[in-house]
Design a protein around this ligand. Structure first.
Ligand SMILES: [Fe+2]
Ligand SMILES: [Fe+2]
Length: 420
């Protein structure tokens, strides 16, 4: 008997244990031979794994890899392993993520994609050799200089603060929120384009902000407005440091994955998880803009020494991007939980355990594993096992989330980069 991910569960298999929904409700009894109808029930109830009779984990692995050329599989394993050197492959979540990443890499190679090694991958993403950097003995910068406003952090457009204030004010109505947004015609136009995109799939066209607010809600609309504003604030980062599109892809993917994972918990505000993921590495943009030499040194040194970029940032500058991101969000007066989720996305156990911190932490790990865009990190960051415990979901959530994430990520990238 083995726990099988939903994507591997097939009609004809026999349940080895009662199958229950999240709320404990009995869905299907032990001993039932599964039909396509049962599978539908399982999907509807958000079941991510099931105990199946007579099947071992090895059987499942063998089935997954049966049709893949062993040479391709070996290349995929080697390339994936390169990115997993800083994590514990024995941990159930990391092992599952690793297996999925190997299979995806093998499919990429089979489809003719060139199996990039780490070095090739990063040579393409940003040309660090464009302006040869002389090894710098950077004087450690104090992050508190930022707090003391020695450096002027970029501010969000005024309109965004007005929207946030209106949403947080219990006396304001959806109509008032809509009238604030309508004052900014370019933001309104982009938001309308978004709500009319395939992602939301509304049958008829939404042609004004009041209707958009009524249909998708003030919170969802404001999180989209914040996403658009944040993207526009950082448009002048030199492309020799980072490929901005790749940077936002990584952050959009992390936000989308965080939103999906949070949806498995009842009563969570999923937009908040999306925003925390969307902004989690934003501190890197501050580094690239205000400390370009040091940021570049950190990137080069991390690659040369096969180290985690976050740890190298600390060595070079004395602080990491997560801390700076938290400071920026504090200045933007975003909710404290967003600020702390960003500040602790690599160190969730350093903060009070909160679901948001843990989910963003895991989502970043999954995103790095899948290699969707990059914010400069070349490796999968280590998992804090306490964060995994805090999330409290079965390991099947990893493949269930990844299966749902692909289409959502593609649609969300389209939302933020409509002209691509
Ligand atoms: Fe990060
Ligand atoms: Fe990240």
């Amino acid at each position: 008997m083995a726990k099988i991910d939903m994507c591997d569960v097939e009609p004809g298999m026999v349940l080895a244990a009662d199958l229950k929904a999240w709320d404990g409700r009995l869905l299907l009894r032990k001993g039932i031979r599964l039909t396509p109808e049962h599978r539908k029930i399982m999907m509807t109830w958000g079941v991510v794994e099931a105990d199946i009779e007579g099947i071992s984990e090895n059987d499942v692995d063998a089935k997954r890899t049966a049709r893949i050329d062993p040479a391709v599989l070996e290349a995929a394993d080697r390339l994936t392993r390169e990115r997993f050197i800083h994590v514990e492959l024995e941990h159930e979540v990391i092992r599952r993520l690793f297996e999925i990443c190997v299979l995806r890499k093998a499919h990429e190679i089979s489809k003719g994609a060139h199996p990039d090694s780490l070095e090739q991958m990063f040579d393409q993403s940003a040309d660090l050799n464009q302006n040869p950097f002389t090894e710098n003995t950077a004087t450690k910068i104090k992050p508190h200089e930022l707090i003391k406003s020695k450096i002027k952090l970029p501010s969000l457009p005024v309109i965004f603060n007005q929207i946030t204030e209106a949403i947080n004010d219990p006396r304001s109505s959806a109509t008032q929120v809509a009238s604030i947004i309508e004052k900014d015609s370019s933001l309104s136009a982009r938001l309308l384009k978004i709500v009319n995109s395939a992602f939301y799939g509304f049958p008829s066209r939404i042609d004004n902000i009041s209707r958009a607010v009524a249909i998708i809600g003030t919170r969802e609309l404001s999180s989209l407005a914040l996403g658009i504003s944040a993207l526009e604030v950082f448009q002048d980062i030199p492309s020799d440091l980072i490929d901005m599109k790749s940077f936002w892809k990584h952050n959009i993917a992390c936000g989308t994955i965080a939103r999906i994972i949070s949806s498995y918990h009842n009563n969570t505000i999923t937009e908040r998880f999306f925003l925390a993921g969307l902004l989690h590495d934003i501190g890197r943009l501050i580094m690239f803009r205000f400390y370009p030499l040091e940021a570049k040194e950190a990137l080069l040194r991390a690659r040369r020494t096969n180290s985690l970029l976050r740890e190298t940032e600390e060595k070079v500058m004395g602080f990491d991007h997560a801390l700076i991101g938290g400071i920026l969000l504090k200045q933007w007066k975003l909710p404290v939980v967003l600020e702390t989720s960003v500040a602790h996305h690599h160190t969730p156990k350093a903060s009070q355990p909160r679901l948001e911190h843990a989910v963003v932490h895991l989502s970043d790990i999954i995103t790095n594993g899948l290699g969707i865009g990059t914010s400069g990190e070349q490796f999968v960051p280590p998992l804090d096992t306490r964060a995994w415990e805090e999330i409290g979901l079965p390991v099947g959530i990893v493949s269930a989330t990844i299966n749902q994430a692909d289409a959502h990520i593609a649609a969300t990238i389209q939302i933020f980069f409509p002209n691509e």
